[in-house]
Ligand binder design. Sequence first.
Ligand SMILES: [Fe+2]
Length: 276
Amino acid sequence: MIVKTEAATDAAYWSRRAWFEAHAAGAGAQPVPVDYLDEEHAVWAAVVPALHERWERLAVPEVLDAARSVELPHDRVPQLDEVTERLTSTGFRFEAVAGLVPVDTFFGALADRRFLSTQYLRHPSSPLYTEEPDVVHEVVGHGTLLADSGLASLHVAAGEAILRCDEPAARQFVADVFWFSVEFGVVRASDGTTRAWGAGVLSSVAELDHLERVTVRPIDIDEMGGQAYRIDQVQPVLFGAESLTHAIDVVGTFFEAATNENVLRRLQAQRPSAVA
Ligand SMILES: [Fe+2]
């Protein structure tokens, strides 16, 4: 049974979040549809058009093509099964999880072309910002990327890399490269502008609005794997490729070849104290 909330009070919001947690079908299962509340559709309708408006100026052309191909609704929260139906070209499936899942569960699913997604919405008092990966981030960010065959393959390659790299330091390095590429990847366009392709930038109005002021370093696997970051603030430093093709080439080649041995060798060369 769905408990309908009358007002977006904190108590009502967190009660609803608890409902989402209990309702998630989990990895490997078909998502159970959610009867979204009017106020949840309103959050989606506030943030998604604001993102798309910015994408016209600030996203790489391939993302705009992917968005046109996946055609996600702007005025209501889609069901995860509906997202899956829109991704037949790349064969990715969306499955519902309660929240953060263990790293090997999340990346193991990517290797199997399954995306483990939350279904809840961010708090309605701040529709344009969230630290947590809510359904806007998962569906509008990753769901759009997963309509592009090159970016879908990059998600798969990242999943396979994490499964191969089970040494904690190597796994963290691969996860950090994922953070600065699939989540926060940008391109330095020939006209000097910065354009986004990472799901974390594309799904955040705050990140997009900050893009012109961010420090963009040249894409470099060793620097990406060694760069500290915080998840609770706008990213001050990002890594830019010359084009999305260039980014997929550099990062995909790294993911495809990553093993405990060669990643630990990189770490040893970069930070001798990081590897015992
Ligand atoms: Fe993400």
